[in-house]
Design a protein around this ligand. Structure first.
Ligand SMILES: NC(=O)c1ccc[n+]([C@@H]2O[C@H](COP(=O)([O-])OP(=O)(O)OC[C@H]3O[C@@H](n4cnc5c(N)ncnc54)[C@H](OP(=O)(O)O)[C@@H]3O)[C@@H](O)[C@H]2O)c1
Length: 442
């Protein structure tokens, strides 16, 4: 396409699928910033139609653009399809149809990407179309493009982040007030920070989808949501939070994606990928500890670049629409000047390591009888399972005592059997809390 006056090129024709929280803001930004977008792209953006379920509901957008026939809109003469419907179907079929017919796609749909990115990329490759999805992880925060492009020359070793605002709001609230989980969830719902059905957030499904996308990009390997070990926050108690505080830590729901390198006795190395979502104690001095409320932050470690943190608004209509518009501009520029954005990079094909083999540190808090020899009995069980103890704190009370143990890195499997056996010791009254510890030297 020859360079000419900004906007002299043929318009980039865009179909929008969905006009809810995010879609409404996309329409607003496309309208408010039309002149700037034209200058940045080198061609005007023409919104040709908006697919919704209930057109009567959408008084804020021009009526002639609305349609309930999303498939016909996708099949029409458009260059680019923006999908903000959410869920797997009909989004999957619509986007595959778009990509197969050479139309580029911008989507915010983490659930779809985390399960079906291989099919979507395959369809994009077959027709030469673009597939961009910055808004699918961490809302407004530019994160996927840095992983896909800026860090493409480096070797990423770890991505650890807070990628779900609802759970972070709840855990920050519990930390600030000392209140329990249910009470704080009710407060989050009342203030609009939790959905009527909060399952996807509090049980970690949303974060697991995001972890799958992050791991795939960081390690050039296909990782799906079902590969991600997932634990939610509903079992986090006020005593877990208090125990964390007592040790200068706080509890966060973390998505952790790691490259694990194992060296065999003969010196050969094998690499694998581990991806997990679970609550964990982190030191209050860790950069992620100060991320409170509905904010997101992701900490990335790479061999040459070192440590980086990406921080900002992880959800909400306007912040998410900002990320979608950034993708839209990138795809539209590719259309105008020719060429494509990055394709799927899954060449490494690393195996995904099961959680049972993934070493992490643990904090274990026990209610025990206050008498001599208790610590020795408990320590013997740890030794028996080859779980090494890093620190112990023992506090006596009137008729019982508490024992807090932090381990060195141990496998989940070894820790589970240790805790099961300890729970059965006659001197142990209760296993009060077992939680992983992150953000410290192993
Ligand atoms: N909200 C956020 O903060 C956020 C942040 C990051 C990513 N995302 C992602 O962005 C996407 C959209 O989220 P959202 O919060 O904007 O959702 P939403 O408010 O529920 O909006 C969904 C839209 O899709 C339309 N729709 C649903 N089924 C449809 C169908 N079969 N055909 C045509 N239109 C259909 C709905 O139409 P009606 O309005 O007529 O019902 C509605 O306009 C999801 O993938 C979500 O995960 C959202």
């Amino acid at each position: 396409m020859p360079e000419g006056k900004p906007g002299s090129a043929r318009p980039v024709r865009v179909a929008l699928l969905g006009c809810g929280t995010v879609g409404t803001e996309i329409v607003r930004l496309l309208t408010d910033q039309a002149a700037d977008l034209t200058a940045r792209i080198g061609a005007p953006v023409e919104l040709t139609g908006i697919a919704v379920r209930k057109p009567n509901k959408h008084r804020e957008v021009p009526e002639h653009l609305l349609t309930t026939d999303a498939a016909a809109l996708v099949a029409s003469d458009v260059d680019l399809v923006v999908e903000v419907i959410g869920g797997i179907e009909p989004a999957r079929t619509l986007l595959l149809d778009a990509l197969r017919s050479g139309k580029s796609v911008v989507t915010a749909n983490k659930a779809l990407l985390a399960e079906h990115s291989a099919d979507l990329f395959e369809a994009a490759d077959a027709s030469g179309a673009d597939l961009y999805f910055e808004a699918a992880v961490a809302g407004a925060i530019p994160l996927l493009r840095p992983l896909r492009e800026s860090l493409a020359g480096d070797r990423i070793t770890r991505v650890m982040g807070i990628v779900n605002g609802t759970t972070n709001f709840i855990l920050s609230g519990m930390d600030a007030t000392g209140a329990g989980y249910s009470e704080t969830l009710e407060e989050a719902s009342r203030l609009g920070y939790a959905e009527a059905d909060p399952t996807a957030d509090v049980d970690g499904f949303d974060a697991a989808s995001k972890a799958a996308i992050l791991a795939s990009l960081a390690f050039h390997t296909r990782v799906t949501a079902s590969d991600v070990h997932r634990e939610g926050i509903s079992a986090v108690s006020a005593s877990d939070i208090a125990a964390a505080k007592g040790l200068g830590r706080t509890v966060k729901l973390l998505a952790i994606c790691e490259r694990v390198t194992q060296v065999a006795a003969d010196g050969t190395t094998t690499e694998s990928v581990a991806a997990r979502v679970h609550p964990a104690m982190i030191p209050r001095s860790h950069p992620l500890a100060s991320v409170s409320g509905a904010f997101n932050a992701v900490f990335v470690e790479a061999d040459a670049a070192g440590e980086m943190m990406f921080y900002g608004q992880g959800a909400g209509g306007a912040p998410t629409a900002s990320a979608v518009l950034g993708d839209l501009v990138a795809v539209a520029r590719n259309r105008v000047v020719g060429g494509r954005g990055p394709r799927e990079s899954a060449y490494a094909g690393l195996p995904v390591r099961p959680i049972g083999q993934t070493p992490t540190r643990y904090h274990i808090s026990l209610d025990v009888e206050d008498r001599a020899g208790v610590l020795a009995q408990v320590a013997a069980v740890f030794a028996e399972h080859d779980v090494s103890i890093a620190a112990v704190r023992q506090e006596g009370r009137v008729d019982d005592a508490s024992l807090v143990i932090v381990t060195h890195a141990a496998s989940d499997a070894a820790l589970r059997s240790t805790v099961d056996k300890i729970g059965g010791l006659p001197v142990v009254r209760d296993v009060v809390s077992v939680m992983r510890v992150e953000g410290e030297e192993q």
